[in-house]
Design a protein around this ligand. Sequence first.
Ligand code: TPP
Ligand code: SF4
Ligand code: MG
Length: 242
Amino acid sequence: MLSKYLKKESLPTPWCPGCGNGSILRAVCSAFNDLQFEKDNVVVVSGIGCAGRSAGFFDLDSIHAAHGRSVPVAEGIKMVNDALNVVVLSGDGDLLGIGVNHLIHASRRNSNITVVCFSNEIYGLTGGQSAPTTPTGTKTLTSPDGYNEITMDIQPLLKSHNCFYAKSTVYHYKHLEQCLTAALKYDGFSFVDVKVQCITNNGRRLGFNNATEMLLQFKENYMINERPAFLEPEELGITKCS
Ligand SMILES: Cc1ncc(C[n+]2csc(CCOP(=O)(O)OP(=O)(O)O)c2C)c(N)n1
Ligand code: SF4
Ligand SMILES: [Mg+2]
């Protein structure tokens, strides 16, 4: 039933076995279904990357924008037709690296779009280079001795613009669905940060034997806060919902 939003020929997706991106795709379809979105009143926009392939899988109007440019494209669509639900599905490198300038201004303008960030903490598609979201000290393709920069924390910036900010993981699947539904219902700029495993270009280098081990670290490392004003690093939740 949820697959009604997807192109049959796009399944199975080309994502690696064990990649967590498919769980996000499913949760997004589930949220669309909960909100009874019709295919002709949703538009999905993605940038470039493994996560950025998402737009191409939907059986509705979708745009695969240039790297880092999904947010302004989404804003433009919303400006032209306010009746549409406009959703960005893209990677942490795309949204918080090359495209972060657009995120800052879209949130500042309170553009009425929903942005779902696939946070695998690296540039997955291109081989596992460090991204702004890479935890300090982590070994990546471009930081074999450990990433020596400070990790970006987008929450304070978005909260300074009084935005909806939610965080979940693919392990906490039901919670993820709730975050996405609340974000899509929210009247204003909403951002859902989703921790997701990239086993191929991150997990293996970090010593995980398989995707399940990597998925279970989310269970160990995060807990749900039901009524947060602001999320601590190990907390998941919805910080604004009207
Ligand atoms: C302007 C430009 N610069 C660089 C690239 C190469 N590139 C393609 S995908 C990507 C990173 C994607 O990382 P992320 O958004 O985190 O997505 P993931 O693959 O991790 O899901 C990069 C640097 C590009 N396609 N265009
Ligand atoms: S490289 Fe990583 S993010 Fe990309 S499809 Fe494979 S597991 Fe997923
Ligand atoms: Mg990434």
